[in-house]
Design a protein around this ligand. Structure first.
Ligand SMILES: N[C@@H](CCC(=O)N[C@@H](CS)C(=O)NCC(=O)O)C(=O)O
Length: 246
């Protein structure tokens, strides 16, 4: 059976859980509480040296990186197809999955960090935080945490991320003027890979970006009412709740 190292509120984990749910694939979860910094424990670093979720395990095959995991699932488990048949729509889908990976993932990091991680760090003793920060393998993540701890995160620090998220929504609006889903006529990995980042805008108090674009708001209403979505993505507002096991 497929196993997934993941975290309930991690956007990249949500991408993979949504793909699994749409395909009706059963899986066993290993839940990491990112607020308790489970991702920095030696037992998880032995599974993914980058200290990041998600990680999929399929038999003796272990794979990190949410976009690549979803592509793998699409190819290895084609019974429910999540990639359009025609090459042009597939290319449009890949532009979106690449954008999710290259831009959206990074753009939500700082606004999410302010809401979800910074309050936890502020509750810890400074020396405990410094010891934790020193263990972070990724230099960019380490720098973000160091800044948060040493000088805080200002509105000016957040603005570039907010601008990028605004551009993401504008870009969605343009795609949705061509068809009901991001890659055209068919629901696909394009929608799946972007959905968690749109959902995260609610937590980051940036959902007005969506509400300003009726086509994007309509897309969000359609995707969030799918049965798979309810299985994969916890409701906005539940971010403080960390289930022991999922
Ligand atoms: N490019 C990776 C990014 C994974 C990633 O950023 N994971 C976040 C959760 S969404 C994480 O594990 N963060 C742990 C940390 O920042 O310490 C992917 O798409 O899987």
């Amino acid at each position: 059976m497929i196993e997934l190292y993941h975290s309930t509120h991690s956007t990249c984990s949500q991408k993979v859980r949504l793909c699994l749910a749409e395909k009706g694939i059963a899986w066993k979860g290993h839940h990491l509480n990112l607020r308790a910094f489970d991702q920095l424990k030696p037992e998880f670093l032995a599974i993914n040296a980058a200290g990041m979720v998600p990680v999929l395990v399929d038999g003796d095959f272990r794979l990190a990186e949410s976009r690549i995991i979803n592509e793998y699932l699409e190819e290895a488990y084609p019974q429910v197809r999540l990639a359009p048949a025609d090459p042009q729509s597939r290319a449009r889908m890949r532009l979106w999955t690449k954008y999710s990976d290259d831009v959206a993932t990074d753009a939500v990091k700082l606004p999410s960090f302010v809401k979800n991680i910074q309050p936890e760090l502020q509750r810890m003793a400074p020396e405990q935080v410094r010891a934790m920060v020193a263990k972070i393998p990724d230099a960019k993540v380490r720098e973000r945490w160091t800044n948060a701890v040493t000088r805080g995160i200002s509105a000016a620090d957040l603005q570039p991320s907010i601008d990028k998220l605004g551009v993401m929504v504008d870009r969605m609006d343009r795609s949705l003027s061509q068809g009901p889903w991001l890659a055209g006529d068919e629901y696909s990995l394009a929608d799946i890979d972007i959905a968690p980042f749109v959902h995260r805008l609610i937590r980051c108090e940036l959902f007005h970006l969506v509400e300003a674009h009726p086509r994007v708001a309509d897309w969000y209403a359609r995707i969030s009412s799918r049965a798979a979505y309810a299985k994969a993505i916890p409701p906005a507002g539940s971010e403080g709740v960390q289930p022991a096991v999922v």
